[in-house]
Design a protein around this ligand. Sequence first.
Ligand code: PGA
Length: 275
Amino acid sequence: MTAKIIAEQATKKLFIGFNWKMNPSSLFDAKKLFEIYTIANFERKDNGSSNFSPVLFVPSLYFSFLQSHNPSNIKLGAQDISNKEGGALTGQISSLMLASIDCKYSLVGHSETVKEYQLNTDKVRDKMAQAFENDIIPILCISGLVDIWTKLGRVFDDRIIDLIQKKSNQNFGTKRQPLFVVAFEPTANIGTGQALNQSSIQKNLTEIEEFLKSKNIFKETDPVSGHWVGQYISIYGGSVNSDNIKELSKIESVDGFLLGGASLNAEQIQNIFRL
Ligand code: PGA
């Protein structure tokens, strides 16, 4: 049993999202921050470490610059996506626009975005649909589990389920990666320095898993390679840092993390890339 657990942990590949939020305040500083990631990523590759897959969620304004000055080929994503395809929506960025600059990931429904723009669940669902329509992997952020089944039921309506099933069929037999990511991010733990306790994280992720299973959507990891072969993966966010990340990664249902504060700190970044 112990050997089995160790073997599973050794091969578990983690998705680690670094959410820069509205930072840093200039392109000059963004380049400096990106350089820290670039060096850490080169070192990681030199060490042959493929334990995790990093994705940087940067302000869209910096995306193109960083993407075209990206010597270590680190993956980049956006922090939000419009719920509409285009038109008279001042200030919005569509998934078509993001796809056209080769953006492959976007956060969807982060609690800070939801709160600031007073987004309802239908809009979050439409953002998710926009991402799917344009081959962007949405990282759906779920902040609280009050009435989770009702909330998830609103996001995963017939159209979304249909899009997921179609995408699964298209991906069949090809190199698989998750079609979407569910990020459990309790607001009470974001930016506080205090991560949620492990059993609560597991309990909440199990609940999400149960819901998705009821819609025939599954997560699965190849026991040998540790690669994700199911339709989605689930991650945790809320005060994750280099001190607690190893412990938290032992949680059975955790396939990765979304980090905010730690993503702006050089020492934290370097330590995490040495995982
Ligand atoms: P935190 O932020 O790591 O600073 O708690 C996480 C997030 O908001 O994604």
